[in-house]
Design a protein around this ligand. Structure first.
Ligand code: ASP
Length: 329
């Protein structure tokens, strides 16, 4: 693919895109302000049924408000998505981090990923039983190892050595709760476009209710639960992970945009409302394209979702509410 650069100032293009012989990204300016357009979109999980709102919307709105201010001040998309997802992980209100639901053995196992649209570098962890912030562990994998995905006890020991914080089992609200058949699954995720024109995406989850221990879903898998490419768009997924894995949903939507020249809305609509819906697979996607257009689509009863842009203050909703697609302004 011919990779086009979208940025204004030549020096900034150079700083943003130079890759050293070892593959490490050259230093990015501490802040960037080449573009006026920026945006952040986040989700807190696809909902299979209507439930009493447990306080997620307020957390989302506050996190989006901070993220918008940071992006406006020149923060990178990568830092912004990590910080936002960590906030959700620490809140205990979402199915990840502190609030992750337990597997069939009554143990929390989290999966997470992060992807940098500048060079498609990515990091992920799966089946983490003690990591406080799985998304940070994923970033450590991306930035401090030669690998993309570390799993299980040995992967966990490796990310602890790299600096990921561990917590005791009592930290997780749902640890030891075996019957999660009535729990609402879900995932959290964020995608941002920064003022340098860079896109990053992150996804973090406790996985599916009552999953078999060791089961890994789509959330830590590049092209399934997460994807980001500065030249196309970024995405984070939630829903029935097995289908997102089998149909490579986030990469499929990006490919539709790249090869069929579909808009982000149309490409997402195809996979959520046709491909997945035809399979009776429940799920949702959020995304932002290189021009700043935002899309949020779901075929489930609802989707915890919200966004903020250079021209719009944060808006959050779960069932009815703001439009599913948002044009850049
Ligand atoms: N996609 C997640 C998984 O399959 C669960 C969810 O988003 O509801 O692990």
């Amino acid at each position: 693919m011919i990779r086009k650069l979208m940025l204004g100032a030549p020096a900034m293009i150079l700083a943003a895109t130079l890759v050293s012989a070892t593959g490490a990204q050259a230093a990015e300016p501490a802040t960037c302000s080449a573009n006026t357009v920026f945006g952040i979109v986040a989700h807190g999980g696809a909902m299979s049924k209507r439930i009493k709102e447990p306080g997620r919307l307020a957390i989302m709105k506050a996190a989006l408000t901070k993220a918008r201010a940071s992006l406006k001040a020149g923060a990178s998309a990568l830092d912004t998505v990590e910080i936002l997802v960590r906030t959700f992980e620490d809140s205990g209100k979402f199915n990840t981090g502190k609030g992750a639901i337990a597997n069939a053995a009554g143990m929390v196992e989290t999966d997470a990923s992060i992807m940098d649209g500048r060079d498609l570098s990515a990091g992920a962890v799966a089946s983490m039983t003690a990591i406080k912030n799985p998304v940070h562990a994923a970033r450590l994998v991306m930035e401090k190892t030669r690998h993309v995905l570390l799993v299980g006890d040995r992967g966990q020991a490796a990310v602890e050595k790299l600096g990921a914080q561990s917590v005791p089992p009592s930290y997780f609200i749902n640890n030891k709760i075996k019957d999660t058949s009535d729990a609402e699954h879900g995932t959290v995720g964020a995608v941002a476009l920064d003022r340098c024109g860079h896109i990053a995406a992150a996804t973090s989850t406790g996985g599916f209710d009552a999953k078999i221990p060791g089961r890994v879903g789509d959330s830590p898998l590049v092209g399934d639960g997460v994807f980001a490419d500065d030249n196309i768009a970024g995405f984070s997924a939630t829903g029935h992970g097995e289908f997102f894995i089998r149909y490579n949903i986030t990469k499929d939507v990006a490919d539709r945009m790249a090869y069929l020249h579909e808009s982000i809305d149309d490409a997402m609509d195809h996979d959520i409302h046709h491909k997945l819906a035809d399979l009776k697979a429940e799920g949702a996607l959020i995304g932002i394209d290189k021009a700043g257009n935002i899309a949020m689509q779901w075929n489930s009863a609802g989707l915890y979702r919200g966004y903020a842009t250079n021209s719009e203050a944060p808006i959050v909703a779960v069932y009815e509410g703001p439009t599913q697609n948002k044009r850049a302004q």
